[in-house]
Ligand binder design. Sequence first.
Ligand SMILES: CC(C)(COP(=O)(O)OP(=O)(O)OC[C@H]1O[C@@H](n2cnc3c(N)ncnc32)[C@H](O)[C@@H]1OP(=O)(O)O)[C@@H](O)C(=O)NCCC(=O)NCCS
Length: 161
Amino acid sequence: MEFDLTIRPARTSDIALIHNLVDASFDQMKFLAPESRKSRQKSFGLTFLHNCLAVDDAIILVASDPTDRVDAVAIMRYEGGVIQITHAAVRPGLQRKGLGTIFVREIFKIAKSLSAHKIYGFIRTHDVASQMLASREGFSMVASCKRWWDHEDYAMWEKGI
Ligand SMILES: CC(C)(COP(=O)(O)OP(=O)(O)OC[C@H]1O[C@@H](n2cnc3c(N)ncnc32)[C@H](O)[C@@H]1OP(=O)(O)O)[C@@H](O)C(=O)NCCC(=O)NCCS
């Protein structure tokens, strides 16, 4: 599908919109325990997002429309030649149209430009959408992490670059 979107690094002026998008994604994620949503909100709060833009090892990529509305976001950390994707979200009305795939491929380009040798992320075992996307884009499940973040079950997925 064709999108009239620009994929670019986040700016300070995007932070409130990113925060809204990330927060809305938590509704969709259907956490097993009710306290998990609150814990996520704390982890991905405004202070965290502002700090990401202030440090060299954090990368926030957004897809914005011509009015600068943020329609997708990926939050990453780059350390020791490895990129960790910590959260990704596509605006609900735009999901399942290929934007997540475009984003993942953009992350591959970033990884190459940084000479990173690996990309990884932790995916909840209930998150079928992310697992399907990761698997289709060449990630492999390499470890099982039982009762990890907020006591939920995750698996670690990685792809060599
Ligand atoms: C996960 C997410 C980022 C995927 O983005 P997207 O733009 O919908 O992904 P794409 O359209 O590129 O989908 C690519 C493939 O992923 C899989 N997929 C995506 N959404 C799916 C769903 N709801 N159910 C099952 N598979 C799904 C499919 O294999 C799909 O290919 P297909 O449409 O040809 O079958 C998006 O669903 C989202 O924002 N979810 C809410 C937040 C979240 O759960 N984030 C991940 C936790 S960090």
